[in-house]
Design a protein around this ligand. Structure first.
Ligand SMILES: CC(=O)c1nc(NC(=O)[C@H]2CNCCN2)sc1-c1cc(O)cc(O)c1
Length: 130
């Protein structure tokens, strides 16, 4: 049990580090906080599962993620929501879509470069055992 807690603590440290780096990247400013429903009243009519970088951090602290895969599902929501809410040729739509695609590629590159496959396998084993 203590060994498992040590693995999940290391997972949380890794996920916090990744999330902090994304939050500091100016390209992803639009994704750092929940979309303000006062400013964008139709947002929740289009987007059923909002997600943002600050919510990722809260989820990490609340031990929501037992694997990197679960974390990736929520980071995917951020850029998928942006593509869905910004489908048009409007310059602002295109601008946000470019940043959404940059977020997708940046997260995948970080995970590919910095996540040890064996570590993720141990996390998956812990998840299956629960
Ligand atoms: C994150 C997101 O998906 C988002 N999309 C936008 N799209 C538009 O404004 C397009 C929609 N089509 C018509 C022309 N305007 S603004 C915006 C946003 C940006 C922020 O800096 C903070 C924030 O909370 C939300």
């Amino acid at each position: 049990e203590d060994q498992e807690e040590a693995v999940l603590r290391e997972l949380r440290l890794f996920l916090r580090n990744v999330t902090e780096r994304l939050t500091l990247d100016r390209r992803f400013k639009a994704f750092t906080k929940p979309v303000d429903i006062e400013e964008v009243p139709d947002y929740l009519m289009v987007i059923k599962k909002p997600m943002d970088l600050s919510t990722l951090l809260t989820n990490i602290d609340e031990h929501k993620y037992v694997t990197v895969g679960e974390f990736m599902s929520d980071t995917d929501l951020i850029w998928q929501n942006a593509l869905e809410y910004n489908p048009d040729s409007d310059p602002m739509d295109r601008h946000i879509r470019h940043r959404a695609c940059a977020l997708k590629d940046t997260v995948r590159a970080i995970i590919k470069d910095e996540l040890d496959e064996d570590f993720e396998r141990v996390c998956e084993e812990i998840k299956e055992s629960r």
